[in-house]
Ligand binder design. Structure first.
Ligand code: SAM
Length: 285
């Protein structure tokens, strides 16, 4: 059997509804990438999306009738699309096979189907709609940092959890409790699903304003403006002597971050490409 591929750019805010509609039509697989080919982080403070325009590719069985597509796609304002045929292939299997484990210190992140034989701390995670597989330098640096810590019994907050990768890693490394926070519903759902698959217990929240406990470790991989806007709240949630890790910021944004977190003594900075990871401790008042 060959397959029918339908590809088009679409506004990212429509993805959730559109994907549900494609599933109703019998889509076999949907893949999403940034329509401009490079944006990875969200750009607006309150935006819930990783990029504004998405390039979507939907694969249907060859007996699917593409004549019904215009009606559906028109509802979403999608006028331009490309339809072509693909030869027989197990698309999902091929895609999964292309994903191999990635190692960060003694943490190994591998696809769910992969049989990992290592003695490392293993996180099983498939790429999905939420950010965080370890491929991005900021996630990679956060995982490297976590892998060097003694987290036994610690209370950890993962702010901007995306797929939940950092919080799940913390819990697997022995954290006593982990709270995952994200203001994107899809990310929270994915994070919960990933935590369950990895058999770790976590709590989930949609906003840090709802939290009323202190943390020993806070890890936040978000954009500069979010980190700056929530500086006071994050500092308040951190216990005296507690550790905070901020990433998702660019090298030239270092001063903006350190100024916003006046109660934190910053100790260490790592970088990869243009991205920074900044680590500090909460000083006594
Ligand atoms: C760059 S991703 C990081 C994902 C994951 N923690 C990692 O390290 O790969 C940032 C996440 O922060 C979330 N986010 C952005 N602004 C937020 C806010 N104000 N409150 C909570 N989450 C937010 C986004 O939805 C996104 O999932």
């Amino acid at each position: 059997m060959s397959w029918l591929r339908v590809s088009f750019p679409v506004d990212s805010c429509l993805i959730e509804r559109l994907t549900a509609e494609l599933q109703r039509l019998g889509v076999v697989s949907v893949s999403l990438s940034s329509a401009d080919g490079n944006a990875v982080f969200e750009t607006n403070l309150d935006s819930e999306l990783l990029w504004d325009r998405t390039f979507l590719q939907a694969i249907f069985p060859v007996n699917f009738n593409p004549a019904i597509l215009p009606d559906v796609l028109d509802q979403f304002g999608i006028k331009q699309r490309r339809v072509d045929f693909l030869p027989e292939q197990d698309w999902i299997g091929e895609w999964q096979k292309s994903l191999l484990p990635n190692t960060f210190g003694h943490i190994s992140v591998c696809p769910r189907h992969y049989t990992e034989t290592t003695t490392q701390t293993v996180i099983k995670l498939d790429p999905g709609l939420a950010f965080g597989t370890g491929e991005h330098p900021t996630t990679a640096m956060c995982l490297q940092w976590l892998s060097k810590q003694n987290l036994i019994g610690k209370r950890v907050l993962d702010f901007g959890c995306g797929s939940g990768i950092l919080g799940i890693a913390a819990k697997k490394l022995g954290a006593g409790s982990v709270v995952l926070v994200d203001n994107d519903r899809l990310s929270l759902e994915t994070a919960l699903e990933n935590a369950q698959f990895n058999q770790v217990e976590v709590s989930l929240e949609s906003s840090i304003s709802k939290l009323n406990q202190e943390f020993d470790v806070i890890i936040a991989n978000i954009l500069l403006n979010v980190l700056v806007n929530y500086a006071d709240r994050l500092s308040e949630l951190l216990m005296v002597g507690g550790e905070i890790v901020l990433s998702g910021v660019l090298r030239e944004q270092y001063a903006a971050i350190t100024c916003a977190y006046s109660g934190i003594e910053f100790q260490q900075t790592d970088w990869q490409d243009e991205w920074l990871l900044i680590h500090g401790c909460k000083a006594r008042a």
